[in-house]
Ligand binder design. Structure first.
Ligand code: MG
Length: 362
């Protein structure tokens, strides 16, 4: 299935017979698209959760909530549920993902993640050995990230009521003094940096499901990014305006979120966006656009132009940023929109993911 951005929907195309352009409103029942991380997720969150729970920390729409303690310290807190299928895939597993996903969301506020909690929903019949492998992987990832898993919960549901194992993690970190990073911080003139090639995670999980239809050696990029964040902030913390990890919905959706939060335009250059040849080939065959494929070990940094080279150099000197690249810039025109200069010289709109492309990817 090719997942087209909404502005390229089928409405203007003359097709006989029933046409079902995505997204349909789906106001009465949950559909898979509500979990995509794209437009339908955003609509559901705004209508249901923001409407009920509205408060400034929540509706800031960042990867983690920023909370000020009475002693003047700023905390970052984030929570994330993990339902990836299969549980193990090249380059990672649900345990590593559950630790890294939450560590990264806390780190994207410029915080040092310190503690995690973990809630497990286990399906009756799950092999204890499988659970132990997942837990060992979580501990290895936590050790790599320098965080401790300090509280947890275990529930078991009947066979058929869950798919093996789901994990929810919550993370707490302390925001470094003087750091003010938010999706609303992008300014015209800023430089857009990606920490490495996009699309590895989504394609690796598809491969593990046997849905690629051919062999490849693509591995998920699942990794804790707090060390990379420390490295790039060391280069010039004040110049780093936005950090975000492009997970579900991919780079395109993440940049659209930032463009809307900051009320700026973002102009990408297609031929500067790193994509591994194997991922590009898989996307080509499957009809996917790598801009919409999930990553679990990449971050976008939006940085003041005078510091962009220093931040890029700092990223490239870290193991998880060796292939970092400048891929575009922030502009005052077209606020809320992402545009891309294509490799063949045109310019196109890059919209947020509209429906669901790859369910159960994280
Ligand atoms: Mg995130």
């Amino acid at each position: 299935m090719t997942m087209k951005p909404e502005n390229q929907s089928l409405q203007s195309v003359n097709i006989e017979g029933p046409v079902c352009p995505t997204p349909l409103p789906h106001n009465d029942r949950i559909v898979l698209g509500h979990g995509s991380g794209g437009r339908m997720s955003h609509d559901l969150i705004a209508r249901t959760f923001f409407a009920a729970f509205s408060n400034p920390a929540l509706t800031a729409r960042d990867d983690a909530a920023r909370l000020l303690t009475s002693s003047g310290e700023q905390l970052a807190i984030s929570t994330d549920s993990h339902v990836v299928s299969p549980l193990f895939f090249p380059g990672g597993d649900i345990g590593r993902l559950a630790v890294c996903g939450t560590v990264n969301d806390v780190a994207m506020l410029g915080a040092e993640p310190l503690w995690l909690t973990a809630g497990f929903i286990l399906e009756e019949g799950l092999e204890i050995e499988t659970l132990q492998r997942v837990v060992a992987s979580m501990q290895a990832a936590a050790q790599e990230a320098g965080v401790q898993i300090v509280a947890g919960d275990t529930k078991v549901v009947q066979k058929g009521k869950a798919d093996g194992l789901f994990i929810t993690t919550t993370g707490i970190g302390v925001i470094r003094p003087g750091v003010n990073i938010s999706g609303a911080g992008a300014r015209p003139g800023d430089v857009v940096i990606i920490s490495g090639p996009i699309g590895d995670h989504g394609i690796a999980v598809l491969q593990a499901r046997g849905e690629l239809g051919f062999d490849s050696d693509i591995c998920s990029d699942t990794a804790p990014l707090n060390g990379l964040v420390s490295a790039l902030l060391s280069a010039n913390a004040a110049a780093v305006h936005v950090l975000r990890d492009p997970t579900r919905g991919g780079l395109a959706t993440t940049l659209n979120e930032i463009a809307r939060q900051s009320q700026v335009g973002i102009l990408l250059e297609e031929d500067r966006i790193p994509v591994r040849p194997a991922v590009a080939a898989a996307c080509e065959m499957l009809g996917f656009d790598p801009l919409y494929v999930a990553n679990e070990g990449k971050l976008v940094a939006i940085v003041a132009p005078h510091a962009a080279q220093d931040v890029l150099d700092a990223m490239r000197s870290h193991a998880y940023g060796t292939e970092a690249a400048i891929i575009g810039r922030v502009e005052a025109g077209a606020p809320g929109q992402v545009l891309m200069k294509t490799a063949i010289g045109g310019t196109r709109v890059v919209d947020m993911l509209a429906g669901e492309m790859l369910p159960r990817i994280c």
